[in-house]
Design a protein around this ligand. Structure first.
Ligand code: KIV
Ligand code: ZN
Length: 567
């Protein structure tokens, strides 16, 4: 028998552990797929934010998922990143279904972390037992016992989740939880998997567990709520009030369907209402907005302006009455100060005389580690922007940095784009792309609007098996000279199932996103669409095939070829 690699310790009773599952339950939602590099960047930001546990992924989903979790365990999980409020690195957790193979794989991925955790889940509700697992209560109980025992031989820190606990018979739920504590589980996570419960009910479920499960005082009870009825935060808080001391959450509340409980909402509710709850977390709230922005640009999941804590309007006071009250005393209409969550409009920052070094240092302070060519490219774009815009803010810098990292493999790269549009006449776009074989191809197209025309022209050249799912454009900052941030999601047609989803087996359609920022919204939109198509072609393996083809062609000269509507 292998001995457990770490000793497990329970936190003090007034401390709520923040377990972030942005990289697992959040990333599981269609279109939010991240590259390994992006996952590492988000993990670094989460560590800096002060989360206690990072659920880095589901290592059995694919070899890439395994590698990404392992890399996070090997870096972020080894020592605290600069700026982390705690002197210890976070616990790195890997999800596993209740099979020895999954558990071993999860452990292999996280074992290099200083504090590894295995998270096993097994459905317990009658509906899941009968229709998904086709197992009796006895079989579920037996499997839960056996798998927690197996995991405990590998790792001291074992979390167990009775999936769909919210719809499980209370007596059976208590029996299963008592059994897994006996087998060594250290955290019992209670998922409302389908977001079915309401706060009083979910609070009562946690209360029932606290009172009826033998050995409960030696473990941490955790809440994991989904937002199908818009109650995820309220349910999580009801669970915490009843005794839970870990909250499973995601940045911006991203996740499948309506999403998960949002980290920033739970943290700020506990912080703002501290006298009532008497609880604390290890989160550095001043990093909430920054982390939210990073996750939004990386996943392409746009934050609605009215989103609590991190939405663009969360601290905006438009009405005259409110503004008057605010001027007399901020507390009249504001329960939190914007600076507490890092939302103050720090209009620093840099202008056109700022140098490369200062630019790099500021980006680093904002959490973007750009080096070499990427740093140089971002700096050149910053210089161009500084010529057009008087004051460049942190948000502008973050958008520039995000665009650089998001570029990834530039299979098709933008060389030029031009549009003609207006109230009379037909929106027309001409696009020139550098293709994988080095050729420059120009294509013109008409559309219902300039962006549609641009996307149609690109489709003519790239000819990827894809369809547009979503396109959004937002201003990064206020003012007429704001940078435009474009986000695009495309679906691969006929690509079959995506990677394995821990809970419902298949990954569904493959959806990829691209994003870009530019002072010209057409340029931003063009780059974002190309970014999404490039990712899609890489995912489908077309990139490799085309690269081979281009080697065979051995085209050394760049040749210009004009085709399409312009001819
Ligand atoms: O919602 C859920 O039940 C889950 C489990 C895997 C914990 O995400
Ligand atoms: Zn979940």
């Amino acid at each position: 028998m292998t001995s457990p690699v770490t000793k497990y310790t329970k936190p003090p009773s007034d401390y709520v552990r923040i377990f972030d599952t942005t990289l697992r339950d959040g990333e599981q939602c269609p279109g939010a797929t991240l590259t390994s590099e992006e996952k590492l960047e988000v993990a670094r930001a989460l560590s800096r934010l002060g989360v206690d546990v990072i659920e880095a992924g589901f290592p059995s989903a694919s070899p890439d998922d395994f590698q990404a979790v392992r890399e996070i365990a090997d870096t972020i999980g080894k020592e605290p990143v600069a700026g982390r409020p705690s002197s210890e690195p976070p616990i790195i957790c890997g999800l596993a279904r209740a099979t020895e193979k999954d558990i071993q794989t999860a452990f292999d991925a996280v074992r290099v972390a200083k504090f590894p955790r295995i998270h096993i889940f097994l459905a317990t509700s009658p509906l899941h037992r009968e229709h998904k697992l086709r197992m009796t209560k006895e079989q579920v109980m037996e499997r839960a016992r056996a798998m927690v025992t197996f995991a405990k031989q590998l790792c001291a820190d074992v979390e167990f989740s009775p999936e769909d606990a919210g719809r499980t018979e209370p007596d059976f739920l208590h029996e299963v939880l008592t059994a897994v504590i006996e087998c060594g589980a250290t955290t019992l996570n209670i998922p409302d998997t389908v977001g079915y419960t309401v706060p009083a009910e979910f609070g009562a479920i946690i209360d029932g567990i606290m009172k009826n499960v033998k050995g409960i005082e030696s473990v941490v009870v955790s809440v994991h709520c989904h937002d199908d009825l818009g109650l995820a935060t309220a349910n999580a808080l009801a669970g915490i009030a009843a005794g839970a001391r870990q909250a499973e959450v995601t940045i911006n509340g991203i996740g499948e369907r309506a999403g998960n409980t949002s980290l920033e909402e739970v943290v700020m509710a506990l912080h703002t209402r501290q006298p009532m709850y008497g609880l604390r977390t290890g989160i550095d709230a001043a990093q909430l907005v920054r982390t939210s922005r990073l996750v939004s640009v990386r996943t392409g999941m746009v934050v609605p302006p009215n989103k609590a804590i991190v939405g663009a309007n969360a601290f905006a006071h438009e009405s005259g009455i409110h503004q008057d009250g605010m001027l007399k005393h901020a507390g009249t209409y504001e329960i939190m100060r914007p600076e507490t969550v890092g939302a103050s409009k720090t209009l620093l920052v840099m202008g056109k005389h700022s140098g490369r070094h200062a630019f790099g240092v500021r980006l680093k302070e904002l959490g973007h580690v750009l080096e070499g060519e990427a740093l140089e490219a971002a700096f050149q774009r910053f210089k161009i922007l500084a010529d057009k815009k008087k004051r460049i803010t942190d948000a502008d810098l973050e958008a520039l940095a995000a665009s650089e990292v998001a570029r990834g493999v530039e299979y098709y790269a933008l060389d030029a784009v031009q549009v003609t549009c207006g109230s009379n006449g037909m929106p027309t776009a001409t696009v020139r792309l550098r293709c994988p074989d080095g050729e420059l191809r120009t294509q013109a197209a008409i559309g219902t609007g300039p962006v549609h025309a641009v996307f149609t022209a690109i489709d003519e050249i790239v000819n990827a098996p894809s369809e547009l799912v979503e396109y959004t454009i937002n201003a990064v900052t206020e003012g007429i000279d704001a940078l435009g941030h474009a986000s695009v999601h495309v679906r691969a047609i006929g690509s079959g199932e995506g990677r394995l989803n821990a809970q419902h087996g298949s990954g569904g359609a493959t959806i990829l996103h691209g994003q870009a920022a530019d002072s010209d919204v057409i340029v931003a939109s063009t780059k974002a669409y190309l970014g999404a198509l490039n990712r899609l072609l890489v995912t489908l393996g077309t990139f490799d095939k085309q690269a081979e083809k281009s080697q065979v062609n051995e085209k050394s000269q760049v040749r210009e070829q004009t085709t399409g509507a312009a001819e």
